[in-house]
Write a protein that binds this ligand. Structure first.
Ligand SMILES: Nc1ncnc2c1ncn2[C@@H]1O[C@H](COP(=O)(O)OP(=O)(O)OP(=O)(O)O)[C@@H](O)[C@H]1O
Ligand SMILES: [Mg+2]
Length: 418
C-alpha cells in the first residue's frame, strides 16, 4: 500500500478570495483517502505562466482554470497537457473557445428548451483593413430593415452581442428608433436581436459545478454586490429540480464543469407555476468572487473543493470530444419537453458520475461542512474577503463592504444550512 499524491493546479488571473479559501480548507481537511489499495493525499499549487516545451510533462492531475476564455498561453498549455499528459481540467478549453452564447442558444433550442426567438444580425461596421470586406459585402450582403426584423421578433427586444458577457452592449429596445440607435452604437460587434421575456416573476441563476447545482434568486436591477439575493424558498422543489436538469444538460452537452445558467419564469395564465426560459447560459467561468456571492460564497468554495478532490482522487478521465449524438437521439423522440429533459439530465448525471461523486463525498468529505463552518469564522477567511474587497472598491468603502460581506457569511454560519 503506497502513499500517492494528487496535484491540483490553480490557473488563476485576478481571483483572490476563493483560491485563498480553497487552499486553507484543503489543508484543514487533511485528507488521506484509500483508493485502489493506495492512500491518496492532495497538494495544490498555483500554475505559473512561462515558456513551455510542447513535450514537457505536466505535474498536475487536475487543473481548475480561470483563464482559458481570454488568456491564450494558459489555454494552449492546458490543451497540450490534456492531449499529451492526460490532464483533467475545468473546463474543456476547446469548448470554451468555440461555443459562444450563440451556439448555446442554437443547441438548446434544438433540444427543445424554450429559448426566446433570437435573430443574428451582421455587424454595423468592419475592420477597414480586411482586404476582402468590400467585395464580399458588395456582392452578397443584403440591405435589411431593422423595423421589420423587430416586428418578427416582437417588441420589446434585446440587442446584445452573440458572444456576450458582463452586460457589454446589452440594450433593451421598444421601438424601431431605439433599435437603430442601439445598432448604430454596436460598432463591429455581431449582434443578436432577442425577444424579451416580459412579465417574468422569477429570475434565477443556477450555478452548476459538476453534478452540484445551486439556484439563487437574482436581481438584475440591484448594484453588483446585491444581485445574488439572499432570499430563500423562492421556488418550489420541483422548479429547483427542473433548473438542475436544465443546467446539468447544458454543462454536460458542452463539457463545462462549471457554468451558470440564467432563467426567467413566465407565470402561466392560471397563476400556479409557469415556464422557465433560459436566456444566458454560456458563462463557463462563472463569477466566483465574494464581492458578488457573499452569503453564497462558502457554498461555492465547497463546490470547488468537492469536485476537484473527486476528479483528482478518482483520476477522472477528460472527455476530449463532446459527443452530442446521445442528446440528439433523445431530441428526435416523440416525447414532451419534460420527458426529454429527464433523459438529457440522465445522460448528464451519467457523464458527470453523479452517483459515484455523491458516494465519494459521503464517504470521504463528510467533515467538509465542519471545516467550512470553522474556517469561515477565522481571521484568514476575513482577510481573504478584505483583500478581494480592497481590489474592487475605493479605499474609503473597503471597511464598510468587507464588514457587509463578512456579516452575510456569518449569517450563513448562524443559519447552519450547508
Ligand atoms: N431575452 C431577455 N428577456 C429579458 N431580459 C433579458 C433578455 N436578455 C437579456 N436580458 C436582461 O439583460 C441582462 C444581460 O443580458 P445577458 O445575460 O444575455 O448578457 P451577458 O452580457 O451575457 O450578461 P452576464 O454578465 O450575466 O454574463 C440579463 O441579466 C437580463 O436582465
Ligand atoms: Mg447574463
Amino acid at each position: 500500500m503506497a502513499e500517492v499524491t494528487r496535484r491540483i493546479g490553480l490557473s488563476l488571473g485576478a481571483d483572490i478570495c476563493w483560491p485563498a479559501c480553497f487552499e486553507h480548507m484543503l489543508r484543514e481537511l487533511d485528507l488521506k483517502i484509500p483508493v485502489d489499495g493506495d492512500t491518496v493525499r492532495f497538494e495544490c499549487e498555483r500554475v505559473t505562466i512561462e515558456p513551455f516545451d510542447l513535450q514537457q510533462p505536466c505535474k498536475y492531475d487536475v487543473v481548475i482554470d480561470r483563464l482559458t476564455h481570454w488568456y491564450h498561453t494558459s489555454r494552449e498549455w492546458i490543451k497540450k497537457s490534456i492531449i499529451m499528459d492526460d490532464l483533467y481540467v475545468f473546463n474543456n478549453p476547446w469548448s470554451v473557445q468555440s461555443n459562444e452564447k450563440h451556439t448555446s442558444y442554437c443547441a438548446m433550442m434544438h433540444l427543445g428548451m424554450p429559448i426566446p426567438t433570437t435573430w443574428m444580425i451582421p455587424p454595423r461596421s468592419y475592420e477597414k483593413e480586411l482586404p476582402d470586406v468590400k467585395v464580399t459585402l458588395n456582392k452578397y450582403a443584403r440591405l435589411f430593415d431593422l423595423g421589420k426584423l423587430g416586428d418578427k421578433v416582437g417588441w420589446p427586444l434585446y440587442l446584445k452581442p452573440y458572444d456576450g458577457g458582463g452586460w457589454r452592449a446589452v440594450t433593451r429596445v421598444s421601438d424601431v428608433k431605439a433599435a437603430w440607435k442601439a445598432y448604430d452604437d454596436s460598432g463591429k460587434a455581431v449582434m443578436h436581436a432577442q425577444a424579451s421575456v416580459e412579465g417574468f416573476d422569477r429570475f434565477v441563476r443556477c450555478i452548476g459545478f459538476g453534478p452540484q447545482t445551486k439556484c439563487v434568486l437574482y436581481d438584475p436591477s440591484a448594484p453588483l454586490h446585491d444581485r445574488y439575493t439572499l432570499q430563500t424558498n423562492f421556488i418550489s422543489d420541483a422548479d429547483a429540480e427542473h433548473l438542475r436538469k436544465v443546467t446539468v444538460t447544458i454543462n454536460a452537452f458542452f463539457g463545462w464543469d462549471f457554468n451558470s445558467c440564467e432563467a426567467l419564469r413566465k407565470p402561466s395564465a392560471g397563476g400556479a407555476g409557469g415556464v422557465w426560459h433560459p436566456i444566458d447560459f454560456a458563462n463557463p467561468c462563472p463569477d466566483s468572487q465574494v464581492t458578488s456571492l457573499h452569503g453564497h460564497f462558502p457554498w461555492l468554495v465547497k463546490a470547488y473543493l468537492r469536485w476537484a478532490l473527486f476528479c483528482a482522487a478518482t483520476k477522472r478521465k477528460m472527455r476530449r470530444t463532446l459527443d452530442w449524438q446521445p442528446f440528439y437521439d433523445v431530441a428526435a423522440l416523440d416525447l414532451s419537453y419534460e420527458e426529454k429533459l429527464d433523459r438529457y439530465a440522465a445522460i448528464a448525471d451519467e457523464r458527470m458520475g453523479r452517483a459515484q461523486f455523491e458516494e465519494f463525498c459521503a464517504r470521504h468529505l463528510s467533515h467538509l461542512d465542519d471545516v467550512a463552518f470553522a474556517f469561515f469564522g477565522t481571521q484568514e477567511a476575513k482577510d481573504a474577503v478584505r483583500q478581494k474587497t480592497a481590489a474592487l472598491f475605493p479605499a474609503h468603502e473597503v471597511e464598510k463592504f468587507t464588514e457587509l460581506f463578512w456579516q452575510r457569511i456569518q449569517a450563513w454560519r448562524a443559519a447552519g444550512v450547508p
